[in-house]
Design a protein around this ligand. Structure first.
Ligand code: UD1
Length: 422
């Protein structure tokens, strides 16, 4: 079983290159199915979720080729199978994103219904209601979502809750619908904007992405394009929290500082000195222990739920008491019990974690439970005395490119180990 082993105690120092955003590249790869010709996507991160998406598109008949290490070409012209099967959906819930493009472009889709997951029940009802509003016939049968439509028709779609992939699914479906679609209470995440820009570069007519109302004028067909994926704000934030926890000095390059306002505000409050350029962020903790910060997660532009676990880890070694309130997902505190194994003092009360900072954590074997929780455990290992081993690292590989190489380059004592004994 592969594990990550960390010996704590080294402040992170140096420069780290930020990869393309996982949550942007997945819908963009899928969105390329809407075109009549191949698209080339660059700044693609090497992640397990990207590999899973490529397998999914390949099984449907799309032809994929890697041009250089970070560019993928997708040719949708051979598409002949319009299904996302359970064996892929259960490893990556974002597979649901094929639903909108398949129905819009090919008139039908069968997508296995995602089940529960470690961070809550995560329903997809709003994806289905949105497609129905555009005229698709949607049924759930034998564990699959089956959707059909001759041609989707533009409509007003009001999202009851702000949903990122739900907004993306309806946005993609609307591009080829007949007439105008207005998506209200749309997600405003930068990854939604990146997808919209990608679709516009394929010939879609979209206005308002980045606000809570997106208007799509349907077109008859879309072409291929060349597109570079935006940098990963969550990866950026994760390395900055690592810097804050270890009292280090880190410069993140090839990133997008403007997408991190809520996170940078909290890091400043924790005592970090931050400077920003067009595509870089430099942070200096000057060897100091961070101060505790209170966090409440909510949709963009508020504080991202995908940074909650990392700030829980930060608060566990900070000076003072920090209150973390999770409003986006139920049950997203799986990392708390693992942090407690390292000596963290955290009390859970419903959707709130009250974290009393301790002066030191001590290394122990711990288990990753989901993607961002696993990152928080690695961060905790960077400051814990002695050795921390993180098991089930496949969660990390879904969303962090070369995490141990990048942290090693910043001076961390971290390595991947394989032990037959598990
Ligand atoms: C996306 C991100 C994930 C991030 C999350 C919230 C991707 C691939 N994943 O996930 O990293 O943590 O946004 O920023 O982009 N909901 C419903 N019905 C639905 C859909 C969602 O009730 O049909 C609820 C969810 O249970 C949750 C909330 O809406 O409570 C937000 O979830 P959503 O934005 O949909 O998350 P994802 O798009 O799955």
């Amino acid at each position: 079983m592969t594990k990550i082993e960390i010996t704590g105690g080294v402040p992170l120092q140096g420069e780290v290159w930020i990869s393309g955003a996982k949550n942007a590249v997945l819908p963009i790869l899928v969105g390329s199915l809407l075109g009549d010709a191949p698209s080339r996507i660059s700044n693609v991160p090497h992640l397990q979720d990207v590999t899973t998406t490529m397998e999914l598109l390949g099984r449907m008949g799309a032809e994929l080729s890697m041009h250089d290490s970070m560019q993928i070409e997708i040719d949708p012209r051979g598409m002949n199978h319009y299904e996302a099967p359970y064996d892929l959906v259960k490893t990556m819930r974002a597979s649901i994103l094929v639903l909108g493009p398949l129905v819009a472009r090919y008139g039908r889709a069968r997508v296995s219904l995602p089940g529960g997951c470690a961070i809550g029940s995560r329903p997809v009802d709003l994806h289905l209601h949105g497609l129905q509003a555009l005229g698709a016939k949607v049924e759930v049968r034998n564990g699959n979502i089956e959707a059909r439509a001759d041609r989707l028709k533009g409509a007003r779609v009001i999202m009851e809750t702000v949903t990122v992939t739900g907004t993306e699914n309806i946005l993609m479906a609307a591009t080829l619908a007949q007439g105008t679609t207005i998506i209200e209470n749309a997600a405003q995440e930068p990854e939604v904007v990146d997808l919209a820009n990608f679709l516009i570069s394929m010939g879609a007519r979209i206005e308002g992405a980045g606000s809570n109302t997106i208007t799509v004028e349907g077109v008859d067909n879309m072409h291929g394009t060349d597109y570079s994926v935006l940098p990963d704000r969550i990866e950026t934030g994760t390395y900055l929290v690592g810097c804050a926890m270890t009292g280090g000095n880190v410069r993140c390059t090839h990133t997008s500082p403007g997408h991190l306002d809520a996170v940078l505000d909290k890091l400043s409050e924790a005592g970090a000195e931050i400077s920003i350029g067009e595509d870089w962020i430099e942070m200096d903790m000057r060897g100091r222990r961070p101060r505790s910060v209170d966090i409440t997660t909510a949709p963009y532009p508020a504080f991202p739920t995908d940074m909650q676990a990392q700030f829980t880890a930060l608060n566990s070694i900070a000076d003072g008491t920090g209150v973390i309130t999770e409003t986006v997902f139920e049950n997203r505190f799986m990392h708390v019990q693992e942090l407690q194994r390292l000596g963290a003092d955290i009390r859970l009360k419903g959707n709130t974690a009250i974290v009393q900072g301790v002066s030191r954590l001590t290394g122990a074997p711990i288990m990753a439970t989901d993607l961002r929780a696993s990152a928080s455990l690695v961060l905790a290992g960077l400051v814990a005395d002695g050795v921390t081993t993180v098991d089930r690292v496949y969660h990390i590989d879904r969303g962090y490119e070369n995490i141990e190489e990048k942290l090693s380059a910043l001076g961390a004592r971290i390595r991947r180990t394989d032990s037959a004994a598990g």
